[in-house]
Ligand binder design. Structure first.
Ligand code: C2E
Ligand code: MG
Ligand code: MG
Ligand code: MG
Length: 280
């Protein structure tokens, strides 16, 4: 980068900047259009009980195929939706769709759904969520909302209020990507989580680094002492799976256990899996 820099470096970089701005504007326009048309959907990834091996729920992961037929990753379009003020309509649409899909799953199967940090600044969030659950007829106890540490930073009082009011209606709350955000451990104690999800970046290092393993063990201990269940995300191989089973981690998620899949594959996946278990 630095090699093109001159005394007027903003002038030198202008075309590149402009290209970036216009790409972004184009993507934002396409995103707006996709939300209007309701063409953004979700894939569903299994959450597995590490003691029994049973699937106990699925996490909804937003999927957008743009006009060129390419998947735009959620790490790109979710922040874009936040900045463009589109997160609430997108959220409402996706949550409604996910609850409708999850209604056809076996009794008791949970649905996990991600919230963006900016949604924790929306006082109306609990009302919106409960409104959708009522409308679709999905029990609040089967819904789990995942929030990241960063969602608790900007207005912790409001975040705590929103979480309490969702909890009081029976909605479960999970802390996502634990260990990777701006969490302040002294603040963490004031929020009540039903579940803590250990980020996949910790998993990749386990079994190779003794100090990393100690950190993981401490996170599991913290989670347990706060009476939260622990999920580990990003399990890709048997060694990692065995490690977290032996550590007493409650739930697992990752490509080894099941990849995110379209809604129409979920029931088939569950019945195939049951057959595999039954036949050994
Ligand atoms: P997340 O909530 O932590 O979701 C887990 C991510 O890890 C997903 O990426 C999933 O596909 C991926 N993953 C699962 N198992 C494995 C594995 O074994 N190995 C590896 N390398 N990755 C694995 P995805 O779907 O690209 O989503 C990325 C992030 O985008 C999510 O992270 C979440 O923060 C956000 N996101 C996705 N859908 C939504 C949504 O509907 N609303 C909001 N606000 N955020 C969403
Ligand atoms: Mg998540
Ligand atoms: Mg996560
Ligand atoms: Mg993550």
């Amino acid at each position: 980068e630095a090699k093109g820099r001159g005394p007027n470096n903003h002038v030198l970089f202008e075309p590149e900047m402009q290209a970036k701005v216009s790409r972004r504007a184009k993507l934002e326009g396409e995103l707006r259009g996709a939300i209007d048309k309701g063409s953004i959907g979700a894939f569903y990834q299994p959450l597995v009980d590490l003691r029994s091996g049973d699937v106990c729920g699925f996490e909804a992961l937003a999927r957008w195929k743009n006009e060129d037929g390419e998947f735009v990753p959620p790490n790109v379009f979710i922040p874009l939706a936040e900045e463009a003020g589109l997160i609430t309509p997108l959220f409402q649409q996706l949550l409604r769709q996910a609850c409708e899909a999850a209604r056809s799953w076996p009794e008791g199967m949970g649905l996990s759904f991600n919230l963006s940090p900016v949604q924790m600044e929306d006082r109306m969030l609990p009302t919106r969520v409960i409104g959708i659950l009522d409308e679709v007829g999905f029990p609040p106890e089967r819904l789990e909302l995942e929030i990241t540490e960063n969602a608790l930073v900007s207005d912790p009082d409001l975040a705590a209020h929103i979480m309490d009011s969702l909890s009081s209606r029976g909605v479960q709350i999970a802390l996502d990507d634990f260990g990777t955000g701006y969490s302040n451990l002294s603040q963490l104690a004031r929020f009540r989580f039903d579940k803590i999800k250990i980020d996949k970046s910790f998993v990749a290092a386990c079994g190779t680094d003794e100090r990393q393993e100690k950190v993981i063990r401490a996170m599991l201990g913290l989670s347990r002492s706060l009476h939260a269940k622990t999920t580990v995300e990003g399990i890709e191989d048997h060694r990692q799976l065995a490690h977290f089973v032996s550590q007493g981690c409650d739930l697992g998620q990752g490509y080894l256990l099941g990849r995110p899949m379209p809604a129409e594959d979920v029931l088939m996946y569950l019945s195939d899996r049951r057959q595999v278990l039954a036949t050994g």
